[in-house]
Write a protein that binds this ligand. Structure first.
Ligand code: FMN
Length: 160
């Protein structure tokens, strides 16, 4: 079994969650590759049985070109949406989606949007979705206390 974690992140919070999930997977004794979208492989390695994908929630769903460019100073890189829609996933693969979001009733969820995209292909048998909470801070959003530990535990659980 191998795990591939692919993420996009504008302010770094989703990247930190991706790294914590990967640490959890590794601590469960499973090999893991973690990659920002620009570095993610075009073809899934044969030993990958669990794909973990994560993105920040923008406008209640996955970031779009417009929402990404509305954040000043963000280098242009491929979006998770484009990476995901360009992949054909093997039927046996498990997929886990996560997002970061401010939370609350109207927050929406990029993880749910990822779930819809993945299910549209109709091949994936098992799908998990999970949100991690950010709070507004002076220098931009930052993770709520405890979210990194929760991400580590989630990674362990997924790999177990
Ligand atoms: C253009 C834009 C739209 C956003 N829309 C939402 C939203 O609909 N719901 C929400 O909970 N948070 C929203 N946020 C807050 C993001 O979820 C937050 O910036 C993100 O989780 C930070 O992750 P990152 O550090 O990986 O970029 C939005 C942020 C931006 C920049």
């Amino acid at each position: 079994m191998g795990v591939l974690v692919v993420y996009e992140s504008l302010y770094g919070n989703t990247a930190a969650i991706a790294a914590a999930v990967a640490r959890g997977v590794r601590d469960a004794g499973v090999s893991v590759i973690v990659a920002e979208v620009a570095e993610a492989p075009d073809v899934l390695p044969d030993d990958v049985t669990l794909l973990v994908v994560g993105a920040p929630t923008h406008n209640r769903g996955l970031p779009t070109e417009a929402s990404r460019t509305s954040v000043a100073g963000v280098a242009s890189s491929p979006s998770l949406r484009s990476w995901l829609t360009g992949r054909s996933l093997p039927a046996s693969i498990r997929v886990a989606a996560f997002d970061t979001a401010i939370g609350g009733f109207w927050a929406g969820s990029a993880a749910k949007a990822i779930g819809k995209l993945v299910r549209r292909g109709g091949r994936v048998k098992e799908m998990a979705e999970r949100s991690f909470v950010v709070v507004r801070g002076d220098g931009g959003p930052r993770l709520r206390d405890g979210e990194l530990a929760a991400a580590h535990a989630w990674g362990r659980l997924l790999a177990g």
